[in-house]
Design a protein around this ligand. Structure first.
Ligand code: SF4
Ligand code: MG
Length: 319
Protein backbone atom coordinates (compact mmCIF):
# COMPACT_ATOMS: atom_id res chain seq x y z
CA UNK A 1 0.00 0.00 0.00
CA UNK A 2 0.78 3.69 -0.19
CA UNK A 3 3.22 4.93 2.42
CA UNK A 4 2.06 7.31 5.18
CA UNK A 5 5.16 7.55 7.32
CA UNK A 6 8.68 6.47 6.34
CA UNK A 7 11.34 6.36 9.03
CA UNK A 8 14.99 5.99 7.92
CA UNK A 9 18.07 5.43 10.11
CA UNK A 10 16.43 7.32 12.94
CA UNK A 11 18.58 8.12 15.97
CA UNK A 12 17.89 10.23 19.05
CA UNK A 13 20.49 11.03 21.68
CA UNK A 14 19.62 12.94 24.86
CA UNK A 15 22.37 14.69 26.82
CA UNK A 16 22.03 13.84 30.51
CA UNK A 17 24.25 14.57 33.49
CA UNK A 18 25.19 10.89 33.44
CA UNK A 19 26.30 11.08 29.81
CA UNK A 20 24.71 10.58 26.40
CA UNK A 21 21.55 8.53 26.39
CA UNK A 22 20.95 6.86 23.04
CA UNK A 23 17.16 6.63 23.27
CA UNK A 24 16.69 5.13 19.81
CA UNK A 25 19.12 4.08 17.12
CA UNK A 26 19.05 2.56 13.64
CA UNK A 27 15.25 2.66 13.37
CA UNK A 28 13.74 1.88 9.95
CA UNK A 29 10.10 1.23 9.14
CA UNK A 30 7.21 2.35 7.00
CA UNK A 31 3.56 2.77 7.96
CA UNK A 32 1.07 2.32 5.12
CA UNK A 33 -2.20 4.10 4.43
CA UNK A 34 -5.08 2.55 6.37
CA UNK A 35 -2.75 0.54 8.57
CA UNK A 36 -2.51 0.17 12.34
CA UNK A 37 1.18 -0.28 13.07
CA UNK A 38 2.16 -1.45 16.55
CA UNK A 39 5.33 -0.40 18.34
CA UNK A 40 5.80 -2.65 21.35
CA UNK A 41 8.37 -2.58 24.12
CA UNK A 42 9.09 -2.33 27.81
CA UNK A 43 9.47 1.09 29.40
CA UNK A 44 12.76 2.67 28.35
CA UNK A 45 12.78 0.81 25.03
CA UNK A 46 12.40 4.07 23.09
CA UNK A 47 8.93 3.52 21.67
CA UNK A 48 7.53 6.84 22.93
CA UNK A 49 10.64 8.66 21.68
CA UNK A 50 9.76 7.54 18.15
CA UNK A 51 6.13 8.66 18.55
CA UNK A 52 7.30 12.01 19.91
CA UNK A 53 9.53 12.63 16.89
CA UNK A 54 6.70 11.79 14.48
CA UNK A 55 4.40 14.33 16.14
CA UNK A 56 7.27 16.84 16.36
CA UNK A 57 7.83 17.12 20.11
CA UNK A 58 11.54 17.23 19.27
CA UNK A 59 13.63 16.57 16.13
CA UNK A 60 15.79 13.45 15.63
CA UNK A 61 19.56 13.68 16.22
CA UNK A 62 20.01 12.07 12.79
CA UNK A 63 18.00 10.16 10.22
CA UNK A 64 14.75 11.18 8.58
CA UNK A 65 10.99 10.93 8.87
CA UNK A 66 8.92 11.60 5.78
CA UNK A 67 5.17 11.90 5.34
CA UNK A 68 3.20 10.44 2.41
CA UNK A 69 4.73 11.78 -0.80
CA UNK A 70 8.03 12.60 0.86
CA UNK A 71 7.38 15.78 2.84
CA UNK A 72 10.12 16.02 5.47
CA UNK A 73 8.67 15.88 8.98
CA UNK A 74 11.97 15.59 10.85
CA UNK A 75 11.17 19.02 12.26
CA UNK A 76 9.65 20.23 15.49
CA UNK A 77 5.93 20.95 15.60
CA UNK A 78 6.35 24.73 15.58
CA UNK A 79 8.24 24.57 12.26
CA UNK A 80 5.58 22.47 10.56
CA UNK A 81 3.03 23.78 8.08
CA UNK A 82 -0.56 24.21 9.24
CA UNK A 83 -1.47 21.35 6.90
CA UNK A 84 1.00 18.98 8.59
CA UNK A 85 -0.14 20.07 12.04
CA UNK A 86 -3.65 19.05 11.05
CA UNK A 87 -2.69 15.78 9.36
CA UNK A 88 -0.72 14.22 12.24
CA UNK A 89 -2.45 14.06 15.63
CA UNK A 90 -1.56 12.59 19.01
CA UNK A 91 -3.50 10.83 21.77
CA UNK A 92 -1.51 9.89 24.83
CA UNK A 93 -1.71 7.90 27.98
CA UNK A 94 -3.07 10.27 30.59
CA UNK A 95 -6.41 11.67 29.41
CA UNK A 96 -6.85 13.67 32.63
CA UNK A 97 -3.54 15.47 32.25
CA UNK A 98 -4.07 16.30 28.60
CA UNK A 99 -7.43 18.07 29.08
CA UNK A 100 -7.42 21.59 30.53
CA UNK A 101 -9.54 21.34 33.72
CA UNK A 102 -10.73 24.96 33.40
CA UNK A 103 -12.20 24.46 29.93
CA UNK A 104 -15.51 22.82 29.05
CA UNK A 105 -15.54 20.04 26.50
CA UNK A 106 -17.17 22.53 24.11
CA UNK A 107 -14.17 24.86 24.48
CA UNK A 108 -11.70 21.98 24.20
CA UNK A 109 -13.18 20.62 20.96
CA UNK A 110 -13.73 24.08 19.47
CA UNK A 111 -9.98 24.68 19.26
CA UNK A 112 -9.11 22.11 16.53
CA UNK A 113 -12.46 22.61 14.78
CA UNK A 114 -11.77 26.33 14.30
CA UNK A 115 -8.01 26.13 13.90
CA UNK A 116 -8.09 23.54 11.13
CA UNK A 117 -11.31 24.53 9.38
CA UNK A 118 -10.90 25.67 5.79
CA UNK A 119 -13.25 28.61 6.46
CA UNK A 120 -14.58 30.73 9.29
CA UNK A 121 -17.31 28.83 11.16
CA UNK A 122 -20.52 30.56 12.20
CA UNK A 123 -21.91 29.77 15.66
CA UNK A 124 -24.43 27.31 14.22
CA UNK A 125 -21.86 25.59 11.99
CA UNK A 126 -19.52 25.22 14.96
CA UNK A 127 -22.32 23.81 17.14
CA UNK A 128 -23.19 21.30 14.48
CA UNK A 129 -19.55 20.16 14.17
CA UNK A 130 -19.18 19.97 17.96
CA UNK A 131 -22.16 17.65 18.21
CA UNK A 132 -20.87 15.50 15.36
CA UNK A 133 -17.44 15.30 17.02
CA UNK A 134 -18.96 13.92 20.24
CA UNK A 135 -21.33 11.54 18.48
CA UNK A 136 -18.37 10.08 16.57
CA UNK A 137 -17.02 8.72 19.86
CA UNK A 138 -20.49 7.79 21.20
CA UNK A 139 -20.69 10.53 23.83
CA UNK A 140 -23.99 12.40 24.37
CA UNK A 141 -24.09 15.99 23.19
CA UNK A 142 -25.02 17.15 26.73
CA UNK A 143 -21.36 16.52 27.54
CA UNK A 144 -20.39 19.66 25.63
CA UNK A 145 -21.04 21.83 28.66
CA UNK A 146 -19.35 19.56 31.19
CA UNK A 147 -15.84 19.99 32.58
CA UNK A 148 -13.37 17.10 32.30
CA UNK A 149 -13.53 16.43 36.07
CA UNK A 150 -17.24 15.63 35.77
CA UNK A 151 -16.71 12.62 33.49
CA UNK A 152 -15.00 9.23 33.85
CA UNK A 153 -11.47 8.25 32.75
CA UNK A 154 -12.64 6.30 29.69
CA UNK A 155 -14.92 9.19 28.70
CA UNK A 156 -12.02 11.63 29.05
CA UNK A 157 -9.99 9.48 26.68
CA UNK A 158 -12.93 9.49 24.24
CA UNK A 159 -12.86 13.32 24.40
CA UNK A 160 -9.12 13.24 23.62
CA UNK A 161 -9.83 10.96 20.65
CA UNK A 162 -12.66 13.28 19.51
CA UNK A 163 -10.27 16.24 19.79
CA UNK A 164 -7.68 14.45 17.61
CA UNK A 165 -10.34 13.50 15.03
CA UNK A 166 -11.76 17.05 15.02
CA UNK A 167 -8.61 18.13 13.16
CA UNK A 168 -9.56 15.66 10.38
CA UNK A 169 -6.14 13.94 10.44
CA UNK A 170 -4.87 11.14 8.21
CA UNK A 171 -2.51 9.80 10.87
CA UNK A 172 -2.74 9.47 14.67
CA UNK A 173 -0.02 8.48 17.12
CA UNK A 174 -1.63 6.62 20.02
CA UNK A 175 0.85 6.40 22.90
CA UNK A 176 -0.42 3.83 25.42
CA UNK A 177 -3.97 5.21 25.00
CA UNK A 178 -5.60 2.70 27.32
CA UNK A 179 -2.84 1.98 29.87
CA UNK A 180 -4.20 4.37 32.49
CA UNK A 181 -7.75 2.97 32.25
CA UNK A 182 -9.57 0.14 34.00
CA UNK A 183 -9.34 -3.16 32.14
CA UNK A 184 -13.13 -3.15 31.62
CA UNK A 185 -12.93 0.18 29.80
CA UNK A 186 -9.77 -0.68 27.82
CA UNK A 187 -11.58 -3.04 25.44
CA UNK A 188 -14.33 -0.49 24.80
CA UNK A 189 -11.81 2.21 23.86
CA UNK A 190 -9.71 -0.19 21.77
CA UNK A 191 -12.77 -1.36 19.82
CA UNK A 192 -13.85 2.22 19.26
CA UNK A 193 -10.37 3.08 17.95
CA UNK A 194 -10.48 0.17 15.48
CA UNK A 195 -13.94 1.22 14.30
CA UNK A 196 -12.87 4.85 13.83
CA UNK A 197 -9.78 3.81 11.91
CA UNK A 198 -11.90 1.85 9.44
CA UNK A 199 -14.62 4.51 9.14
CA UNK A 200 -12.17 7.33 8.53
CA UNK A 201 -9.58 5.39 6.51
CA UNK A 202 -6.79 6.76 8.68
CA UNK A 203 -3.55 5.17 9.90
CA UNK A 204 -2.35 4.73 13.47
CA UNK A 205 0.96 4.23 15.17
CA UNK A 206 -0.12 2.29 18.25
CA UNK A 207 2.50 2.40 21.01
CA UNK A 208 2.11 -0.08 23.85
CA UNK A 209 3.85 -2.42 26.28
CA UNK A 210 0.89 -4.82 26.00
CA UNK A 211 1.28 -7.61 23.42
CA UNK A 212 -2.29 -8.82 23.97
CA UNK A 213 -3.64 -5.49 22.75
CA UNK A 214 -1.66 -5.43 19.49
CA UNK A 215 -2.82 -8.91 18.61
CA UNK A 216 -6.39 -7.75 18.08
CA UNK A 217 -5.59 -4.34 16.81
CA UNK A 218 -2.48 -4.06 14.66
CA UNK A 219 -1.84 -5.18 11.09
CA UNK A 220 1.93 -5.19 11.52
CA UNK A 221 4.17 -4.63 14.49
CA UNK A 222 7.73 -3.94 15.55
CA UNK A 223 9.25 -5.06 18.85
CA UNK A 224 11.73 -2.73 20.53
CA UNK A 225 14.47 -3.47 23.01
CA UNK A 226 16.78 -0.80 24.47
CA UNK A 227 16.34 1.64 21.61
CA UNK A 228 16.45 -0.81 18.70
CA UNK A 229 13.87 -2.76 16.73
CA UNK A 230 14.64 -6.45 17.20
CA UNK A 231 11.74 -7.98 15.24
CA UNK A 232 9.21 -6.79 12.72
CA UNK A 233 6.35 -8.70 10.99
CA UNK A 234 2.68 -8.97 10.11
CA UNK A 235 0.78 -9.59 13.34
CA UNK A 236 -0.51 -13.10 12.52
CA UNK A 237 2.91 -14.22 11.26
CA UNK A 238 4.55 -12.74 14.34
CA UNK A 239 2.37 -14.66 16.78
CA UNK A 240 2.71 -17.89 14.79
CA UNK A 241 6.48 -17.77 14.31
CA UNK A 242 8.18 -15.44 16.77
CA UNK A 243 11.88 -15.47 15.87
CA UNK A 244 13.88 -13.29 18.21
CA UNK A 245 14.81 -14.73 21.65
CA UNK A 246 13.54 -11.55 23.37
CA UNK A 247 10.24 -11.76 21.54
CA UNK A 248 9.85 -15.41 22.48
CA UNK A 249 10.44 -14.42 26.09
CA UNK A 250 7.77 -11.73 25.91
CA UNK A 251 5.25 -14.11 24.35
CA UNK A 252 5.93 -16.78 26.94
CA UNK A 253 4.97 -14.30 29.67
CA UNK A 254 1.50 -13.57 28.23
CA UNK A 255 -1.25 -15.16 30.31
CA UNK A 256 -2.79 -18.15 28.60
CA UNK A 257 -6.26 -17.62 27.16
CA UNK A 258 -7.22 -21.11 25.96
CA UNK A 259 -5.84 -24.64 25.53
CA UNK A 260 -5.60 -23.96 21.85
CA UNK A 261 -3.30 -21.03 22.50
CA UNK A 262 -1.34 -22.98 25.10
CA UNK A 263 -0.35 -25.39 22.32
CA UNK A 264 0.72 -22.50 20.12
CA UNK A 265 2.74 -20.87 22.85
CA UNK A 266 6.49 -21.07 22.35
CA UNK A 267 8.40 -22.97 24.97
CA UNK A 268 9.03 -20.79 27.98
CA UNK A 269 12.54 -19.44 28.21
CA UNK A 270 14.09 -18.01 31.32
CA UNK A 271 15.89 -14.72 31.17
CA UNK A 272 19.02 -14.05 33.13
CA UNK A 273 19.67 -10.68 34.70
CA UNK A 274 17.81 -7.39 35.00
CA UNK A 275 16.84 -5.06 32.15
CA UNK A 276 19.95 -2.91 31.58
CA UNK A 277 19.62 0.87 31.41
CA UNK A 278 19.79 2.62 28.03
CA UNK A 279 22.56 4.73 29.63
CA UNK A 280 24.94 1.79 29.71
CA UNK A 281 23.74 -0.27 26.83
CA UNK A 282 25.47 -3.67 26.61
CA UNK A 283 27.94 -4.13 23.73
CA UNK A 284 27.07 -6.13 20.61
CA UNK A 285 23.50 -7.43 20.79
CA UNK A 286 22.09 -5.40 23.68
CA UNK A 287 19.93 -8.36 24.70
CA UNK A 288 22.95 -10.62 25.32
CA UNK A 289 23.03 -10.31 29.16
CA UNK A 290 19.50 -11.74 29.28
CA UNK A 291 19.64 -14.14 26.34
CA UNK A 292 19.72 -17.89 27.01
CA UNK A 293 21.14 -18.54 23.51
CA UNK A 294 24.01 -16.09 23.72
CA UNK A 295 27.20 -16.97 21.81
CA UNK A 296 30.67 -15.35 21.87
CA UNK A 297 29.91 -13.15 18.87
CA UNK A 298 26.80 -11.70 20.60
CA UNK A 299 28.74 -9.47 23.01
CA UNK A 300 31.09 -8.31 20.24
CA UNK A 301 29.08 -7.57 17.15
CA UNK A 302 25.75 -5.77 16.72
CA UNK A 303 23.50 -8.15 14.74
CA UNK A 304 22.03 -6.76 11.53
CA UNK A 305 18.35 -6.66 10.70
CA UNK A 306 17.65 -9.39 8.15
CA UNK A 307 14.53 -10.54 6.30
CA UNK A 308 14.19 -14.15 7.49
CA UNK A 309 10.99 -14.98 5.59
CA UNK A 310 9.17 -12.53 3.26
CA UNK A 311 8.08 -9.51 5.33
CA UNK A 312 9.40 -10.99 8.59
CA UNK A 313 12.55 -9.26 9.84
CA UNK A 314 14.67 -10.01 12.88
CA UNK A 315 17.98 -8.97 14.31
CA UNK A 316 19.89 -11.91 15.84
CA UNK A 317 23.17 -13.75 15.11
CA UNK A 318 21.43 -17.09 15.62
CA UNK A 319 18.88 -16.56 12.82
FE1 SF4 B 1 20.65 -13.80 21.82
FE2 SF4 B 1 22.88 -13.47 20.40
FE3 SF4 B 1 20.52 -13.41 19.21
FE4 SF4 B 1 21.28 -11.43 20.77
S1 SF4 B 1 22.23 -12.01 18.85
S2 SF4 B 1 19.29 -12.40 20.74
S3 SF4 B 1 22.38 -12.50 22.36
S4 SF4 B 1 21.44 -15.18 20.23
MG1 MG C 1 6.12 5.81 27.17
Amino acid sequence: GESMITVKDLRKVFKTKFGDLVAVDNINFEIRRGEIFGLVGESGSGKSTIGSMIVGTYPPTSGSITFQDGRDISKSYKFRSQELKREIQLVFQDPGGSLNPRKTIRQILSVPLQLFSDKHLSKSELDERLEKALLKVDLPTEYLDKYPRAIGGGEKQLVCIARALAADPSFIVLDEPTSALDVSIQAKITNKLIELQKENGISYLFITHNLCLVRNMCHRLAIMYLGNICEFAETAEFFERPLHPYTQMLLASIPVVSDEEEKLKPQKIHSVGEIPSPLNKPSGCSFHPRCPYKMDICAEKVPEMREITPGHFACCHML
